[in-house]
Design a protein around this ligand. Structure first.
Ligand code: TYM
Length: 340
């Protein structure tokens, strides 16, 4: 795992000390893709045992790009079911919906008053949205990273498992925290990202990061046939024209993804390098392995989504568990800032 900070098993002598807190958020964007899992969710699952983990489905953030109430409600529940199906255990972590802890909007507002607009205008995601969403360039898009900073530090989390695409947002969170601490006294820890071994998963085009908005995803909980179709559409080594041409596994996204499925990455690599295997074979195998790997999660997902009351209850309990932390931070911040 590459990480900006070392995250490893905690030695026995500190095992009884309070566990450091981690936080992460994910948008309720429908079916999760391989990038979400390899880049972030795997770490959510892994870290929930060692750390005090808080995970949030960020519906307020989603409103910056979605204005369909029914779809938002449905996808929020689907994302909760997905995260649990992939291994988040509500007994071990706190899982809730962002808007169910409305203190976050108060903290976000307070943070806007210490955040220069120029910091927000230079955020890469905002610049992208200016291009991709010109007809709905709402204020929320500009303030998005301020709300993200508030998400994290409302719970005074110091570690944030995310993919590399969130690096700029995390940097901005640290800047906001530094500025707040300098103006009002040491209040918040500076949050650090924690990356997996796959901090950037490329999409089926093999060039851009996998992203729902780019339509280049592999949907991990989809039916095996959908997974197969998506994997078979993947762009491989573009310089390998004939089946007998030796490939360049180091630039082939299909080969790179085999690293995470099945224990024979070296053999796959060698097969491609020496033209023992063709791209189609390697893709077929990857599709089978991805579908098989996620089959149990898919089954759990279908069970959970058929029990919406249970999912909603877990989310409500998560929000309740988060309440005292949020209340304590807001009380402290109000006091420091002179809000009475
Ligand atoms: P979101 O919902 O776009 O993505 C959720 C998580 O998946 C990771 N990810 C990827 N990792 C590697 N390769 C990819 N192709 C890939 N695509 C997505 C993301 O890095 C992320 O970790 N702004 C956040 C949500 C958020 C948040 C937070 C995150 C709101 N508040 C506080 C952390 C802390 C977002 O839109 O993630």
């Amino acid at each position: 795992m590459t990480a900006d900070v070392a995250v490893s098993a905690r030695p026995a002598e500190v095992a009884s000390a309070p566990r450091p807190r981690i936080f992460s958020g994910i948008q309720p964007s429908g079916v999760p893709h391989l990038g979400n899992d390899l880049g972030a969710i795997r770490n959510y699952v892994r870290l929930q045992t060692e750390y005090e983990a808080i995970y949030c489905i960020v519906d307020y953030h989603a409103l910056t790009s979605t204005h369909s109430p029914d779809a938002l409600r449905q996808r929020t529940r689907e994302m909760a079911a997905t995260l649990m199906a992939l291994g988040l255990d509500p007994e071990r972590c706190t899982l809730f919906v962002q808007s169910h802890r409305p203190e976050v909007t108060e903290l976000a507002w307070l943070f806007t008053t210490v955040t220069p607009v120029s910091w927000l205008e230079r955020t890469p995601t905002y610049k992208e949205k200016r291009q991709n969403q010109p007809e709905d360039l709402n204020h929320g898009l500009l303030a998005y990273p301020v709300l993200q900073a508030a998400d994290i530090v409302l719970y005074k989390a110091s570690l944030v498992p995310v993919g590399k695409d969130q690096a700029a947002h995390l940097e901005l969170s640290r800047e906001i925290v530094r500025r707040f601490n300098a103006m009002y006294g040491e209040t918040f820890p500076e949050p650090q990202p924690v990356y997996t071994e796959a901090p950037v998963v490329l999409g089926t085009d093999g060039v851009r990061k996998m992203s729902k908005s780019l339509g280049n995803t592999i949907e991990i909980l989809a039916e095996p046939e959908t997974i197969r179709r998506q994997v078979m559409s993947m762009v491989t080594d573009t310089k390998r024209i004939l089946r007998t041409d030796p490939g360049r596994p180091e630039v082939c996204n299909v080969c790179q993804l085999h690293r995470f499925f099945g224990g024979d990455y070296e053999s796959i690599w060698e097969g491609e390098r020496t033209a023992r295997t063709g791209c189609v074979d390697t893709k077929k195998l990857l599709a089978e392995r991805i579908a098989a790997h996620y089959a149990p999660a898919r089954e759990r997902y279908l069970e959970l989504i058929a029990a919406p009351d249970r999912v909603d209850r877990i989310l409500a309990e998560g929000a309740e568990r988060a309440r005292p932390l949020a209340a304590a931070t807001i009380a402290e911040v109000r006091q420091r800032m002179g809000i009475r």
